[in-house]
Write a new protein. Structure first.
Length: 231
């Protein structure tokens, strides 16, 4: 068993997870899962007056920190890593009441985070709804013959948050004419032409687009209410 000369002693009382079977030098109980070294001799937690403490494993930084803040008496639990030749922290021992208080604080924080996430979700949903309405209005401005429901569907599809679609691009968020037209063309291509069926039959995307270009143009002209070539 290593001596208490590792840097870990700066964290306070040290408790060890032994790598081999050891017995308490005082009460002879063993093997010990946790022990304290006193004058080089292993002592069980009860004999070291630490038996009333409970173990908090590492992993939850907030719970560990708050448990130690709430506990009058605490200890750091370490285990020697032979491969790395160093002691590594495994958790802490704290008073049971202190752990309960720390858990209550963490639960309160979790509830606060939950409420904040809910508020943020409502805010984002409202922003998304306003943006989709603005996008749909721009679709209707450029294509006054486009049905209202279809314009809303185009806007909703193009502007899904995190989708990477044109509505979420910088140009889309700025409601640039090119981005809006691109979203409309994509909708017409997939819903008003046999484009998807051509792709499923093995036709390459550029050949499929060439074949349905006239059909797309016909729909766009009708929606624009003009015979201009929209490409």
């Amino acid at each position: 068993m290593a001596r208490l000369t590792t840097p870990m002693h700066r964290s306070g009382l040290l408790v060890f997870q032994p790598l081999r079977h050891m017995q308490c030098a005082t009460c002879r109980r063993g093997p010990l899962k946790l022990l304290v070294l006193e004058d080089g001799a292993p002592r069980c937690l009860d004999c070291a007056d630490l038996g009333h403490l409970v173990f908090v494993p590492r992993g939850d930084t907030a719970l560990t920190r708050r448990s130690r803040e709430e506990s009058v008496l605490s200890a750091v639990v370490v285990r020697f890593n032979r491969r790395k030749s160093r002691y590594e922290r495994q958790g802490v021992l704290v008073e049971e009441a202190a752990l309960a208080r720390a858990e209550e604080r963490c639960l309160a924080d979790a509830e606060a985070r939950r409420r904040r996430r809910a508020r943020d979700a409502r805010r984002r949903a409202a922003e998304d709804e306003r943006f989709a309405e603005a996008f749909a209005a721009e679709v209707r401005r450029l294509f006054p013959g486009c049905p209202v429901d279809r314009a809303l569907a185009i806007a909703g599809h193009a502007s899904v948050r995190g989708s990477g679609r044109v509505g979420r691009s910088a140009a889309g968020r700025a409601l640039s004419e090119a981005a809006v037209i691109s979203a409309v063309v994509a909708s017409v291509r997939h819903l008003d032409t046999p484009y998807d069926q051509l792709l499923m039959s093995g036709v390459t995307w550029h050949e499929a687009r060439r074949r349905i270009a006239a059909a797309v143009e016909t729909v766009l002209r009708a929606w624009r209410g003009t015979e201009a070539d929209v490409g």
